[in-house]
Design a protein around this ligand. Structure first.
Ligand code: URA
Length: 218
């Protein structure tokens, strides 16, 4: 008796890929960044530089990316530009641990070159998660790359600064990078104006102030 042709036995279909669980807090996100190998900067870094400060900070300062000293120590803004940033904070009554400081890219671009567009695009999701977790009342963008990431504006900082913008409902003060003032001390008046704008926004948004335009959770 002729047997019916055997159906080929196919392997069971592969299960759908499990999506990477999103970290729920800053420590979980920092651990993910520590192991990150999503772009070529992982090949040359000494340490990742995630961010420092209070997770309940009213303001987050966003820089560009780690320099040599930051790469060695794993902490943002600890080199010459960082010492100036500390003085800027002090001038409006803050210490480092009362604010939060982070960068657009978490690994040092070799030789302190600018981060490449693909590096910014790959890394800025970490920054956005950080900002979403901290949910500060104000953001302070330090220089061109922070402005590109938060505002999508690629024009010169001098054309962008002087106005308050928004990132996902949070006011953004766009300003120069402290390293720029080290090269061009004549521009420090702009830093002071932008810090005063920040102070005003923080005073308006202080808890208990009914006029506060406080950001809504999304
Ligand atoms: N410049 C930055 O933008 N970030 C740092 O952490 C240090 C210098």
């Amino acid at each position: 008796v002729a047997r019916p042709p055997q159906r080929p036995v196919l392997p069971p279909p592969a299960p759908p890929p499990v999506p990477e669980a999103r970290p729920v807090d800053l420590d979980g996100l920092a651990a993910r960044v520590r192991d990150c190998r999503r772009c070529k900067l992982c090949l040359t870094r000494t340490n990742t530089v995630f961010g420092v400060g209070s997770p309940r900070a009213p303001v987050v300062f966003v820089g560009e990316g780690p320099g040599e000293e930051e790469d060695r120590r794993g902490e943002p803004f600890v080199g010459p530009a960082g010492r100036l940033l500390d003085r800027m904070l002090f001038s409006i009554g803050f210490t480092r641990d009362q604010v939060y400081i982070a960068n657009v890219v978490k690994c040092r671009p070799p030789g302190n070159r600018n981060p490449d567009p693909d590096e910014v695009a790959t890394c800025q999701g970490y920054l956005f998660d950080q900002l979403t977790m901290i949910r500060p009342r104000v953001l302070f963008a330090l220089g061109r790359f922070a402005i590109i990431s938060l505002l999508g504006r690629t024009d010169a900082v001098g054309r962008v600064r002087g106005r308050v913008y928004e990132w996902r409902g949070i006011p953004v003060v766009a300003s120069y990078h402290p390293a720029f003032y080290l090269r061009q001390p004549g521009f420090k008046k702009a830093a002071w104006q932008d810090l005063l704008t920040l102070k005003k926004l923080l005073d308006q948004a202080a808890p208990g102030n009914q006029a506060a335009p406080g950001p809504t959770a999304s």
